[in-house]
Every structure is written in C-alpha cells, then in structure tokens.
Design a protein around this ligand. Structure first.
Ligand code: ADP
Length: 401
C-alpha cells in the first residue's frame, strides 16, 4: 500500500512515495522547485537510484503535482504503473494552532481550520493548502491527511506556553508558544523507548532535534510539557541562520541603528543570524568543525556558543520535569556531529549522566546508546524520519484507527 507524502512550500513541493504494507520502504523521492517563476524544475530519484530531472515552467502547484505524478508513473523512471496504486496523500503542515492535537483526515472543517492558522504561519500554511487543493484537482477521490509540526506540543501546560504579555493579546491574536518539530520529537522518543523496552508513560525524556532548525523538548509521561521554539520557530536554540533566544531590547536597538523595517528585521532574525551570521563562515556544522580544527577562533567560539545553549536548555528541562531518564540527540547535527554531542553531553555528572566519549566517536546516523552502562541517565542518538511519521499516521487514519 503506497502513501504519497508531500511537503508543499510556496515555490516548492517535496515528495516521497512510501510502500507501507510491510517494513516501510521509500520507492521514490524528489522535489519540484521554482513554482511560479519563468522556469521550474523537477528532480526525481527512484529506489533503483536512477535520477530523472526535467526543466519546464511550473506555473502553479497543480502543474507541480501533475509533474510529480507523471514522474512516479513514468515507464522508465517511475515506480508504479498507475495512480490507483497510491492509497492516500499525507501532508506535512507547519501550523495547526490550537485546533489540532493530532493528525487528521482532511475534510472541509479541517481545511477551514488550517486556513484559519494562515495568520500564524503566513509562509507555510497557504502553501500547504495550495498542495491540498492541487491534489483535489488531480486526484479528487483520494483521502488526504494533515500531520502538524505543532500538534504534539498542544499538551504543554499554560505555564509553559503563555508569554508574559497582556492576556488580551493571547485572546485577540492567539499569541502564545506553540513549538515545532513535534513529529520528530514524538517519533524519536517513542523509538528510543521501544529500543530500551521502556514504557514512555513512566519516563522523563529530553529530545534535542538539532538540524538547520533546532529545538529541544521536555517529554514527561509521553507528553510534551515544554519546548524551545515558541510562537515562531525563531525562539530557543541557536540555529543555522536563526538567532534563537535574543534580548528583545537588542533587536529594537539593532532596528534603530541599522534602520531596519519590520520585514527587514524578520529576515534578519530568520536568515542573517545563527551559526552562519555569527561565524561569517557557514551555517553547516561540518564547515565550522573543519575550520575550528584548523584553529579558526570564530568557528571555535560558534561551536562553544551552540553547545552552551543546548546545555542550558537540558538543565532547564531537567528542572521542569524534576529529573530526566533519557536524553536523545537527533536531526542532522544530533545524529552525525560527534563533536557537538561531546560538547553538549560531557560534564553532566551533576545530572547523573556519564557520557561515553569513546563510543560516541564513531556514531553517525544510527540508534545507539552513548552513555556508560553505570550512568543513571541514558543518552542516545536516534535517527529521525519525519516523512515516515507522516506516512504512518496517514495509513492509520485511512484505516480508520
Ligand atoms: P534540516 O533542518 O534542513 O532538515 P538536517 O536535519 O538535515 O537539516 O541537518 C543539517 C545539519 O546537519 C547541517 O548543519 C549539517 O552540517 C549537519 N550535519 C550533517 N552531517 C554532519 C556530520 N557528519 N557532521 C557534522 N554535522 C553534520
């Protein structure tokens, strides 16, 4: 049974077709880019490692979806012979506001609510809706689902999600902390508990999703109780190009000194800061590590700041939950950067964590324990897979569960 997973942006459509009958397998994946520009393109790769690229104008999402479906059924590079072989379509949706606490089958009510959240995610939700409507045009009878970045964090208590601003702003505009990366935090916590033979309902877990975007979540008894991203994905950790936590007064000062408009300031905090902006070297951890290794002091300081902020959140979340049983590192950096893991998890004996530096060294993109056997708190690397979560949730929902 094949599930098509879509992540639609304003000018792109990322897709994966997964076969979900037995052990899930990716049959094909790819991306349509530059939708709406004079020339667009599709890059497609199938499970025989064959690549297929085309360039042509892609005026809108409907044409983009048609290209994706044509690539999937192409007689040379395709992986299915007919569109009937796609059972359902699952969409990644950035923002579900306070409406959604879990993934849902799309119907008129769900679409209206996703639409009502456009104000909260103006770059993402309208694009997801374009993708959903494009599927309705091209495959009108296929079931579709929405899997939200925010829904896992809807269990946070008000004391975690409220900002100390006038309450009426929450009532009027729904300004509060929402959190993101929820599918990943939930997935890695459940996967680790399965590996350890633990009941998640009895455990305190801190999940560190460290990719280009990065966030940390405190999960108590299987529920998110706090997370580092807030109203937008800018809050929290230092990221590839986003500031993370920053004194609001400093932002106002910068705006005044540099004559930034609101839109300039938005681009500044999202695109011009973080590890890239600070180091003036790269947003890519591998480049920063290579430069630091060569003795570049700015690169070294960037890596120190990055780890320092992750450590602070781990300490804070252990405090929030009155302890921690398991710390998980995931995302491109968490899964692959031995150096970042060492900088973050070393010297945490106060917490009951005894890090295994030797074991940590060789681990890349694997599910492994990286604390010593005598450690009270376990640390693990766990590989995340957001597309797989979307496909699994979609399968569950279309099967009526
Ligand atoms: P996204 O948030 O875009 O999905 P990823 O989760 O793929 O991002 O993470 C991208 C980050 O992972 C980049 O900073 C990259 O440098 C880092 N990364 C990937 N492989 C390694 C590696 N071997 N060592 C250090 N960092 C790595």
């Amino acid at each position: 049974m094949n599930i098509l997973v879509l992540n639609c942006g304003s000018s792109s459509i990322k897709y994966q077709l997964l076969e979900m009958s037995g052990e899930p397998q990716v049959l094909a994946k790819g991306i349509v880019e530059r939708i709406g520009l004079s020339m667009g393109c599709l890059a497609h790769k199938n499970n025989r490692d064959e690549k297929y690229e085309i360039e042509q104008p892609v005026p809108n999402h409907t044409v983009g979806i048609q290209l994706v479906l044509a690539a999937l059924t192409d007689k040379n590079h395709g992986v299915i012979s007919s569109l009937d072989e796609i059972k359902a379509v699952g969409h990644r949706v950035a923002h579900g506001g306070e409406y959604f606490t879990q993934s849902v089958l799309l119907d008129a009510d769900a679409i209206a609510k996703i639409e009502a959240c456009c104000d909260l995610a103006p770059l993402h939700n309208p694009a997801h809706l374009l993708g959903m409507r494009a599927i309705m045009d091209v495959l009108p009878n296929i079931p579709q689902t929405a899997v939200f970045d925010t829904s896992f964090h809807q269990s946070m208590p008000a004391s975690s999600y409220m900002y100390p601003i006038p309450y009426r702003l929450y009532e009027q505009y729904k300004i509060r902390r929402y959190g993101f990366h929820g599918t990943s935090h939930k997935f890695v916590a459940e996967k680790a508990c399965k590996i350890l033979g633990w009941n998640i309902e009895e455990k305190k877990i801190i999940t560190c999703h460290l990719g280009n975007g990065a966030s940390i979540t405190a999960i108590k008894n299987g529920k998110s109780v706090d997370t580092s991203m807030g109203f937008t994905p800018v809050e929290g950790l230092m990221m590839g190009t986003r500031t993370g936590d920053l004194d609001l007064g400093a932002l106002l000062f910068i705006m005044e000194k540099e004559n930034l408009s609101v839109s300039d300031a938005n681009s500044f905090i999202n695109k011009k800061c973080g590890t890239n902006g600070f180091s003036e070297i790269s947003s890519d951890m591998r480049d920063l590590e290579a430069e630091a290794e060569k003795g570049n002091e700015r690169a070294e300081l960037t890596l120190q700041m990055y780890a320092h902020r992750v450590r602070k959140y781990i300490g804070a979340y252990a405090a929030v939950m009155n302890g921690v049983d398991l710390i998980i590192m995931t995302g491109g950096i968490g899964e692959n950067s031995c150096d970042t893991r060492r900088r973050v998890l070393n010297d945490m004996e106060y917490l009951g964590l005894i890090f295994d530096n030797e074991k940590n060294k060789g681990i890349r993109a694997k599910d492994e324990i990286i604390s010593k056997p005598e450690s009270k708190v376990i640390a693990m690397t766990i590989t995340t897979n957001e597309e797989l979560v979307i496909a699994m949730d979609t399968l569950r929902l279309v099967n009526g569960k």
